[in-house]
Ligand binder design. Structure first.
Ligand code: ADP
Length: 273
């Protein structure tokens, strides 16, 4: 789809030298298009909560003689504001991940500790949803360590556990397993939830893509969680994959290399979809 320019320049000083110039504009154009799409999507996504807040403020003003209604509208304004704050925070996080030097000083990260922190952070959310989160450290004494950014790794795991909770029913289980095998550290997050239709699997890592937008909205989702996970993994030289079957549940696996990354690979910009 991109343009490939091929230039041939014959060196007038020598008959046997030919310089071939290849100019592939497709990559830079794709990056530019992706940026433009992002701005369009962000403005669209911001309009919903901002519009909601405007309407609520008007409704509150109209109902000023009815303290109960004012109280109700105030509560809805608070939750809409929290949603907006989370959306802005995740947009900023994703934008940061897209710039080149996010991981310019990788440090040794204990992935077991990141997983414990992420699970602890979501303990009350899991309890409220009546979902049991079970963490297993299965590295058999080997250190589950990688080079990178501890906060980012914790964020990636937290996003996966949070989705596993949000897209599962009460009384189910989420298991989180950390495995280390010399070259790689894997974190596997498995749920017994609704699952994802096969045709949607390759789209869920796109920014703002939701299989069921109404459900995502009800659980406070922004549609950015998996895009953030994907970028964090890529910036650490790793990857995230998914297995899912509708009605059976989903398994998301993060694989990160344990070796210290070569700095050029880590700082290379990642092109989002
Ligand atoms: P959201 O904020 O909507 O959860 P994400 O980027 O985290 O956004 O996920 C994108 C979509 O992928 C979700 O809206 C949901 O439809 C689907 N999804 C993600 N994780 C799961 C899961 N564990 N089970 C079922 N569906 C999931």
């Amino acid at each position: 789809e991109g343009r490939l320019t091929l230039g041939v320049r014959v060196n007038p000083l020598s008959d046997d030298r030919v310089l071939v110039l290849i100019d592939d504009r497709s990559h830079s154009r794709r990056v530019e298009e992706t940026r433009r799409d992002f701005v369009v999507n962000v403005s669209h996504e911001l309009k919903t909560p901002v519009g909601g807040l405007t309407l609520l403020a008007e409704a509150m003003d109209d109902a000023r003689d009815d303290p109960e209604a004012v109280h109700r509208f105030a509560g809805r304004m608070q939750s809409e504001t929290a949603r907006l704050a989370r959306l802005v925070q995740e947009i900023v996080e994703l934008s940061r991940l897209q710039v080149a030097d996010t991981l310019d000083e990788p440090v040794l990260v204990d992935v077991d500790a990141c997983v414990d922190d992420a699970a602890e952070h979501l303990r009350t959310v899991a309890e409220a949803a009546r979902i049991q989160v079970i963490v297993t450290h299965a590295s058999g004494g080997r250190p589950a360590e990688i080079w990178g950014d501890r906060n980012l790794v914790t964020t990636a795991v937290r996003n996966l556990i949070e989705n596993a909770i949000n897209y599962s029913g009460p009384g189910t289980r989420v298991t989180v397993t950390v495995q280390a095998d010399g070259d790689l550290v894997a974190v596997v997050v498995k749920d017994q939830g609704h699952g994802i239709p096969a045709g949607e699997l390759d789209r869920i890592f796109e920014r703002f893509y939701r299989v069921d937008p109404a459900r995502s909205r009800r659980t406070g989702g922004t549609g950015l969680g998996l895009a953030i996970v994907k970028h964090i993994c890529a910036n650490h030289g790793g990857e995230v994959s998914v297995w899912s079957e509708e009605g059976q549940g989903s398994t998301f696996t993060i694989r990160l290399p344990s070796a210290r990354p070569d700095s050029s690979a880590v700082t290379a910009p990642v092109t989002p979809r």
